[in-house]
Ligand binder design. Structure first.
Ligand SMILES: *Cc1c(COP(=O)(O)O)cnc(C)c1O
Length: 371
């Protein structure tokens, strides 16, 4: 059997281009702890993304945990049930209470109109997610935060390179976090970052990700080990040279889907607002009532044909057992979670593979309608 087509496939730079980086690391004998590649990647990424300061991490979850600690967030945090579990797990690890608020079904992002009614005297922050790299209503969220004196921390794990009105989406809120996991648009195998607006905050975060060490003998906080190593940082530097081409190829893939699926009854694509420069990080579609198969049947139909799609995000975070005590009903998020399917998107996805995927969706076949 041929290899299945997966929902994503990591961007791997040519191996021979990586060897000189490894030789350099062997030569330097510095494997981690803010080595030369780590420093280079921090400044190269800040430049590329158009942000002031960036702190690298060993993964996105550690970045989320540390962002909350850096801003001394307490009590309750308003967040979305429609995300990867790491978003709200980071709140639990900090002893905070997630307060879930329903989403806007047109963007899958936190609905600003529902935030205010969830604010209590214990609320100290809002943690929205730019789901699929589609920006949240950042201006409206900031207005609410300012009115109630709340911090805003964006889980921007999907939003590498995304711009709004020509400016990086990562500039909004008090802090934003990125994930560089192998499945993401830009990866360092495992990795992540916090984007912060000023040098003082960066310094605090740099202490926190290194156990709280401010110098050789001074520990200023109960920090953690969140450091990215030199091999990962080097991998990131090399990958950055290929990222524009990779995102271009992603656009080719998502443009094709949008075109090929436009007239398929019951398959609904999400539109990207005009002022947004997107990163084509995912291609979610809604499988509606007009489609001959249910979402799960379509998922199975594609799987039977060696195409592995993903139900991102299903189940909702609020449906996992550890969140039941704080969860309510989120009808919009529920509806999306029950009908969403993310199609394969990665730079190397071939035209004929995409054609097959779209044909399978377009003509699911009578015999398969029994699932
Ligand atoms: C991938 C992801 C994370 C976690 O990042 P890791 O680098 O895997 O720890 C957090 N939030 C969202 C929305 C993600 O998609």
């Amino acid at each position: 059997m041929t290899q299945p087509i997966t929902v994503t496939s990591p961007l791997l730079p040519p191996l021979e281009e990586f060897i000189p980086y490894l030789e350099k690391i062997w030569e330097n004998k510095q494997l981690t702890n803010n080595g030369p590649f780590h420093q280079q990647l921090e400044s190269a990424l800040a430049d590329y993304l158009g942000v002031e300061h960036l702190c690298l991490f060993n993964n996105g979850t550690m970045a989320l945990l540390t962002a909350l600690q850096a801003l001394r967030i307490t009590g309750e945090v308003i967040t979305t049930p429609y995300s990867f579990v790491a978003t709200s797990h980071s709140l639990m690890w900090n002893g905070l209470t997630p307060v879930f608020v329903d989403i806007d079904p047109t963007t899958c992002n936190l609905d600003p109109e529902k935030i205010e009614q969830a604010i209590t005297p214990q609320t100290s922050a809002i943690m929205p997610v730019h789901c699929y790299g589609i920006p949240c209503e950042v201006e409206r969220i900031q207005q609410i935060a300012d009115m109630y004196g709340l911090k805003v921390i964006y889980d921007a794990a999907h939003a590498f390179g995304v711009k709004l009105n020509g400016e990086s989406i990562l500039r909004y809120g008090d802090l934003s976090i990125l994930s560089f996991h192998a499945t993401k648009v830009f990866n360092t195998i495992e990795g992540g970052a916090i984007i912060c607006p000023d040098a003082k905050t960066k310094q605090r975060i740099d202490y926190l990700k290194n156990f709280g060490f401010a110098n050789e003998t001074t520990v200023v906080a109960t920090g953690i080990n969140g450091k990215m190593n030199e091999v990962q940082a080097a991998f990131g530097l090399l990958q950055l040279q290929h990222i524009d081409k990779a995102i271009q190829e992603r656009h080719r893939v998502t443009d094709y889907y949008r075109d090929a699926l436009r007239d398929v009854p019951g398959i609904k694509c999400f539109s990207i607002p005009e002022q947004v420069e997107w990163n084509s990080s995912y291609f979610p579609v809604l499988v509606t009532k007009e489609y001959p198969l249910s979402r799960d049947a379509l998922y199975q139909h594609l799987k039977n044909n060696n195409i592995l799609t993903r139900r991102y995000f299903y189940p909702l975070i609020s449906d996992f057992s550890m969140y039941r005590s704080v969860s309510e009903k989120y009808p919009e998020a529920n509806h999306i979670a029950d009908n969403i399917l993310c199609l394969p998107v990665y730079p190397q996805l071939l035209h004929n593979e995409q054609m097959t995927i779209c044909q399978l969706i377009n003509k699911p076949g009578k015999s398969l309608a029994i699932f």
